[in-house]
Structures are given as C-alpha cells and as structure tokens.
Design a protein around this ligand. Sequence first.
Ligand SMILES: [Ca+2]
Ligand SMILES: [Ca+2]
Length: 316
Amino acid sequence: MVQFMSFASRSIPFIRLFGSVCCLLALTTTALRAKTIRWFSDPLKDNRTSSGAAMDGGFRFELGVFTGGFTPTSANTADWASHWASAQRAVYNESNRLFTAQFTVTSNASPFTAGAQAWVWGFGGTSGREWILFRALSWTWPEPDPIDPIGFDWNADDATQVVLGAIKPPGSPAILMRSAAVSNSAPPASTFNLWRVEELSDVALNGPDDDPDGDGIPNILEYLFGTRPRSRDALPVTPISIVEISGQRYLQISIPRRLDRPATLITEVSTDLALWSSGPTYTQVTASAPDALLVRALAPLGSATPRLFMRMRATP
Ligand SMILES: [Ca+2]
Ligand SMILES: [Ca+2]
C-alpha cells in the first residue's frame, strides 16, 4: 500500500511535465507554419503601356487566384474582376521602375487552396484599362510549411504564361513588361480610402476636397476620373449636349468615371448659378456606360427655362 501511493505521487508530476512539453511543441509547430512568396519585377527595367508610355505610379499589381474554375483569356476580360481573389496588392514604384511585395501564406482557406494557379495582374492608365496578366508554370499556391517556412521568389522575368500584355516582347529586348489595352472591362475595385493610402499617405492635403497638386481637381475627382493627385492634370472633359425628345430640348451632361472607383455622383442644375438643385425631380440618368454616366435635366429648355447650368459633385 505504501509502495503504490509512492508510485502514484511520483508519476503525476511526470505526466504533467510531459503534457506541458507536448503543448509547447504544438504551439511552436503552429507558429512556424508559413510559406513566404516574394513576388516582384527586377528594378530599373523598361515597363511600358500599349501606347509606349512608361508605366506610372498609378499602376497596381496584385497577386491572386481566379475562383470557381475560371480561366482568364483575352476574350473574357470583362469577367476577370468578379472571379478574382487578391492575396496582396503592390503599388508600382515609378522611380525604381518595379513592383515588389512579400506575402506570407499561413493557411489554404479557399480559394487559396494548395496547387491553385497563382497569377500576377497589373492594371493602370487613366481609364484603368491597361492590363497585364502573367504567371510561370511553377507558380502554384503553396501549403504553409512547418519545417521550411522560407519560400519562393516569383520574378516577373520568369513568367512563361502571359494571357494579356507581354513579358520581354520579341523585337523589343529592352522592355520587361508591356501592358495591353482592354475595353468594357474594369480592374479590381479600389475604395477611396485605399486609393488615398496608396497615393497620398505622406501628404497632409489628402482629404476628398483637398487639391495638393493645385490643378483644380479635388482628390475625390482625381480618384473618380483616374488622374493622379500629385501631378497637374487637365480637367477631364464633361461634354454637354442638347437632346430633343418629343419636340422638347433638354440639357445633358456626360460624366467620365471609373467603375472600379465607387463613389456617389450628384448632378445639380441651376438657372442662376446661385441656387443648385439635385435629385429625381431635377435630373435623370439616361445611360450608364462603363466609362461614363449620361445625365439629363428634366426641365425642358424654353420660355420658362431660357438657360440652365449643370455641374457634378462626388462623395466617397
Ligand atoms: Ca488635384
Ligand atoms: Ca492631378
């Protein structure tokens, strides 16, 4: 009896100690399950748009996968954004002419399942419709690894599968990346706050109504139009026309906008440039094209309204 008690009292601390070591090992293993993807383009390369202009700091590059078995082609660009899952975004560095980022994979939550094809999608230009999409055959989504968390270098220079645009295009040996123009297609969306962080994080005048480059276009409209907030741009054209409906003449304005830049647009009308009115009593959206909104005044021009002015405002 004495011997049994003695055995039990010695074994309990041992079991507890063993349990603690197990917990410690499990914690250590969990903490190290990772895999790092460094994805980048080499510095100081010649990267161009389809028109031959140098890529500017308005370009974004995203690392991600397409969902639901979607296969991107140059014919289905309008459907890319709705099937795209971005893991990380990098802003193109205009000074060093590169993009670079590092993403740490810590899980394989859908759609980032092990073995999924990984792509790099670059997009930019004033309209956001200069695109490039590429990958290498070896760029497949990895599993986080408890033993070897050091990962991969995915260099644009190694891309072999290029769906849109070109990598090291034949006949232009100096160029690394060249984007292609797409139509009727929007790139991944950017909220105003994301755009503000990417473009104006180190600028004090970064509110929607501020104008740090002094070109007369407030930041919210630079965002909406796709111009750059730190370089002077010409005010985008907002054509005004007169349309005739059932013998009546109406004022109509065309407002350029980017579908990937969600904002609230308000069109206002005035007869005296002092009192401005908006809403369904005064205006009507007559067409909503991917790159422009057409808005018509509801009051016909005539003896009651001999002159009319239209203007637009935007809020994030
Ligand atoms: Ca401005
Ligand atoms: Ca500007």
